[in-house]
Design a protein around this ligand. Structure first.
Ligand SMILES: [Fe+2]
Length: 228
């Protein structure tokens, strides 16, 4: 598992250089932050299903417990997102346009989200379901860290829940909470085939995250043009 974790760390480091984070750094107000928030909706809601379906699929009691912790720790965070979305857009979440959410414009966000969800069912080993959680979490840490930095710079973090530093702190304490289980996981040598499959899964998921964040960059450019 150590080899797989090292590979996740490598991909995570490369993800930090995604163009989206440069765009994020230029944002000077909550209004500008809202340039990409609507596009995130599909993934934030789908992620909850990924956590639920992943836990349901795992039968090994130890691995199931890890998946359960991941799901419970992130339960309700989609409500924080909906809160922030409403706050940033000045609309209630009932105003979310379903046609838009499933429209052509938002395909660059939906397609990678479906691909990541499909990983839940692809795995031949339940270890891969756990690796899937670790990959998603690693990308989340990059995103939440950089967004929290920017929200702090803008100076309005106290008005937000999902995009505030408090969310990142919750994610990090979650990682610490699981540290004992993770030690046990790291100690377990993975069979070569599972390790190879895990590395490929990590690569596929990070490819999907890169595509998803390309979609966010496109959304930001589009809204920036509209604002001009
Ligand atoms: Fe979360």
């Amino acid at each position: 598992m150590k080899t797989v974790q090292a590979h996740i760390d490598l991909k995570q480091k490369a993800f930090e250089n995604h163009q989206f984070f440069d765009v994020l750094k230029q944002m000077k107000s909550l209004k500008e932050l809202d340039y990409f928030v609507p596009e995130l909706t599909f993934w934030i809601m789908t992620f909850q299903d990924v956590l639920r379906l992943n836990e349901e699929r795992i039968t090994d009691p130890h691995l199931k417990m890890i998946a359960h912790h991941h799901r419970v720790e992130d339960a309700g965070h989609e409500l924080w997102f909906l809160h922030d979305r409403s706050y940033l857009s000045n609309k209630t979440t009932n105003d979310v346009d379903i046609r838009w959410l499933f429209g052509k414009e938002t395909r660059p966000m939906r397609d990678p989200a479906y691909a990541i969800l499909a990983e839940v069912y692809k795995s031949e080993s339940e270890w891969l379901n756990i690796v899937l959680l670790f990959v998603i979490e690693s990308s989340g840490h990059v995103f939440f860290g950089k967004v929290a930095d920017q929200v702090d710079k803008i100076g309005e973090g106290s008005k937000l829940k999902y995009f505030a530093r408090s969310h990142l702190d919750a994610e990090l304490s979650h990682a610490m909470f699981e540290v004992e289980d993770e030690h046990a996981l790291y100690a377990a040598p993975l069979p070569v085939k599972i390790r190879q499959d895990a590395i490929q899964l990590v690569d596929r998921c990070y490819d999907d995250f890169h595509k998803m964040f390309d979609g966010l960059v496109a959304a930001c450019s589009h809204r920036l043009e509209l604002a001009r």
